[in-house]
Design a protein around this ligand. Structure first.
Ligand code: DX5
Ligand code: ZN
Length: 222
């Protein structure tokens, strides 16, 4: 299975989003960062913008909710047709209930962990999820440096997914470049979010291909 590359439109030109979506059509999914200025100290898009963008996007959406009270908002993104909706473990007391709700609407359910959040309490919940997002930076801003300390969690997750015979995608997000993608691929990631490294490239399609090739090469080494 080839590595999935999901460019984050947080790094796109917000004055030309339709055109920017066209520049990444060779990617797997479009990563859409939703920030509420409460869970993280930054603010991005909300439901009406995402619904409209989905109508013009050549690729499905991988929605990453960095918001408080995801119970209130996450189902709306699933109803708007998002391929996957990922909420933060730190923002809810009922991750299983929310995952089941998202799946019942037809979206894939994802759970995200900030760098300081331990993975162990969530291992027994893995069958309830389609994706786990291991944040490789503190959520809130693009353009930060990859934190290698998060790779231990990815190894634990990939061992548990393999042992359990589960089909759970393991995603990393934050500071992913041609160099750091190799580290994450070796640790067991299969789905890679990249914001600035894709949109700051002169040719985003070529950069997507380079990232995918680098990840594939290092996943095959295992
Ligand atoms: C950060 C966001 C990321 C961000 C990644 O909170 O969740 O998706 O867009 O940006 P880069 O790839 O520039 O680190
Ligand atoms: Zn993100």
């Amino acid at each position: 299975m080839p590595s999935r590359i999901n460019p984050s439109i947080l790094a796109a030109d917000f004055a030309n989003l339709e055109q920017e979506l066209g520049r990444i059509r060779t990617a797997d999914l479009v990563h859409v960062d939703i920030m509420d200025n409460h869970f993280v100290p930054n603010l991005t898009f909300g439901p009406p913008v995402v619904s409209r963008l989905a109508q013009v996007s050549p690729l499905p959406f991988d929605v990453h909710l960095m918001i408080d009270n995801p119970e209130r908002w996450a189902p709306g993104y699933a109803e708007a047709g998002a391929f996957s909706v990922t909420f933060h473990a730190e923002a809810t007391t009922n991750p299983v209930g929310l995952a089941r709700k998202l799946r019942s609407i037809g979206a894939r359910a994802g759970i995200a962990l900030k760098p300081g959040t331990a993975v162990e309490p969530y291992l027994e919940l893995l069958p309830e999820f389609d994706q786990v997002l291991v944040m490789t930076v503190e959520p809130g801003f693009g353009g930060q440096s990859f934190m290698p300390s998060t790779m231990r969690k990815l190894k634990t997750l990939s061992e548990n997914v393999r042992k359990g015979g589960l089909d759970v995608w393991l995603q990393v997000d934050g500071g992913i470049t041609e160099d750091t993608i190799v580290i994450a691929a070796e640790a067991g990631a299969d789905t890679f979010v990249a914001g600035s490294s894709v949109f700051n490239a002169a040719d985003p399609a070529a950069q997507i291909a380079r990232l995918r090739a680098a990840a594939d090469e290092h996943r095959h080494a295992h």
